[in-house]
Design a protein around this ligand. Sequence first.
Ligand SMILES: NC(=O)c1ccc[n+]([C@@H]2O[C@H](COP(=O)([O-])OP(=O)(O)OC[C@H]3O[C@@H](n4cnc5c(N)ncnc54)[C@H](OP(=O)(O)O)[C@@H]3O)[C@@H](O)[C@H]2O)c1
Length: 327
Amino acid sequence: MQKRVLGNSGLEVSALGLGCMGLSHAYGQPPDKADGIALIRAAFERGVTFFDTAEVYGPFTNEELLGEALQPIRDQVIIATKFGFREGDASKGVDSRPENIRAVAEASLKRLRTDRIDLFYQHRVDPAVPMEEVAGTVRELIAEGKVKHFGLSEAGVDSIRRAHAVQPVTALQSEYSLWWREPETEILPLLEELGIGFVPFSPLGRGFLTGAMDANTAFDANDFRNGLPRFSEENRRANAGLLEVIGTLADAKGVSRAQIALAWLLARKPWIVPIPGTTKRHRLDENIGAMAITLDAQDMAGITAALDAITVVGERYPAQLQRTTGR
Ligand SMILES: NC(=O)c1ccc[n+]([C@@H]2O[C@H](COP(=O)([O-])OP(=O)(O)OC[C@H]3O[C@@H](n4cnc5c(N)ncnc54)[C@H](OP(=O)(O)O)[C@@H]3O)[C@@H](O)[C@H]2O)c1
């Protein structure tokens, strides 16, 4: 497995990480615990060393799952988790008061069965707490050895600069994929300037970019995608043209659509580390296989031109959640 370094920090991780959210949360009925543990360990056996979770996934159960799965191999992996919601519940709003950051760190350490969090992200910017205070609190946790690296998620340019001035930011984790390229305008140039790594979440467009679903796909009643405008039946139908572009390139190269989506991200910058999520072993192998695909300058230019000609329809989040991004 190839390795990548996140930003100037020297944090070395596998070039693809594993997004673990779906093993407990968000996309319908999750697998049982034994299968979740087996999937995480299978990823490690295949060379994945970068595992992504958050206190809100579950809530709490996803960190517990990682804690159990990774305990025997703790020193060989990098664990990233996140703080910043009230009582670990995203629906209750953000909370990055220093006392909450500290409480989450202690609770996450216990659930993860470890003595340090390798990468601790603020999940969403909290407008009520100055970024200097947030970064200062994480800086203290780093000095105490409880946290190794500081990260932000879905933060805007100003927040990133302010945080980085107090405690260098190792990685930004925000959505970035073939159907959400907004980070290209301001965020990627800023990260390059400051030497911050980038961890695209939902790199497969929560499954849409793989072609495994279409407008007729029915999600489980408790699937988070039911509430996302981009996943309405109408918008899935409207965005089918994007799948044609991905499918044409994938077929020409004899690879899968998921592999094109991941290979494109990997080809964008050497400091980008996507974290696709899956609950299935064969898809884990397929996604890891994306690393063997080379998209040359001509491929990349062709994809960019094709994407530029397509308007993706539907917001990423409902209004209340959308407001918490880009601050
Ligand atoms: N910071 C944030 O605010 C934030 C937000 C969202 C996600 N995240 C993180 O990012 C990680 C990844 O994002 P994500 O899980 O939302 O979306 P994703 O990785 O874009 O897509 C996951 C979905 O795609 C399906 N899938 C995976 N590989 C596939 C393949 N090869 N072919 C067909 N379908 C495939 C999965 O279903 P199966 O399980 O059935 O394979 C799952 O439904 C999460 O696990 C989480 O750690 C962070």
